[in-house]
Design a protein around this ligand. Sequence first.
Ligand code: IPE
Ligand code: IPE
Ligand code: MG
Ligand code: MG
Ligand code: MG
Length: 269
Amino acid sequence: MKTNITVSYIDELIKERLPRERDKVLQAMEYMLFSGGKRFRPMLLLNTAKAVGKRISDGAKNLAVALEFIHTYSLIHDDLPCMDNDDMRRGKRSCHMQFGEASAVLAGDALLNLSFETVLKGPLSNKSYQTACVYMFKMSGIEGLVHGQSLDLFGETKNIDDATELAIAKTGTLIRAALVCGALVGGASEEEARIFDEIACKLGVCYQIVDDILDSKKCEKSFLDVYSESDLIDHVKELNEEIKAACDKLPYDLEFLKEFCDQNIARRR
Ligand code: IPE
Ligand code: IPE
Ligand code: MG
Ligand code: MG
Ligand code: MG
């Protein structure tokens, strides 16, 4: 599928939904929102909505921007000294290094609030949109990303099942939000949304495996605690085949998902 859903297209959608006040916390939010993120979650959401519904609705745009706001807040908080204590993000100083811890905490809080405000400005009387909004916040909360961060901080990774559970929770959940919300607003059936959800869980595992390989010097929990790099790459290849087979079960042009699988595995040095 040829797509005009580029990083700069997403940047514009984000800018249209940002407040205009001058504020130090808003500066910290903008610093992190425009520091070279790949924007793959909103891209997946919009591409899924377009593949299923043949168009990109305003509801899909609001959900895509809200998802990037949630992702950005999660990165700001993830880097804090009380979490991963990372001084650098995307090759630049992390948010708390640049603006101080208090501003970074508040920038995360404000981004999460802005994600609520953004989806609440969408077509709330539409049942599929409502279901998508609920799903997005379920995936970002204690049954989703927050649970993942909790497992990462307080859980144990003794085997591949533990590592997979962690990856689905901390990384898979926002990808689930991307695909399922895109599918729902595009008009997919419940059964189709379920298949998109299964695909998203596998994409989350593949993405986190490659992220762990790229981050191999770090001492946080990692797939490398339980498998060698070459076994992990074989595992990603197997999952990619399963994802592509699941895409073929759906009556849509999902070439962009197959390309995402290939681009992910190519991220390795
Ligand atoms: C980083 O996500 C956090 C993980 C889930 C591994 P991305 O790799 O999408 O980060 P950016 O936004 O493109 O920098
Ligand atoms: C990714 O966890 C999930 C998040 C919620 C940020 P990581 O801690 O592995 O992500 P990076 O490596 O800092 O991007
Ligand atoms: Mg982390
Ligand atoms: Mg981290
Ligand atoms: Mg990492």
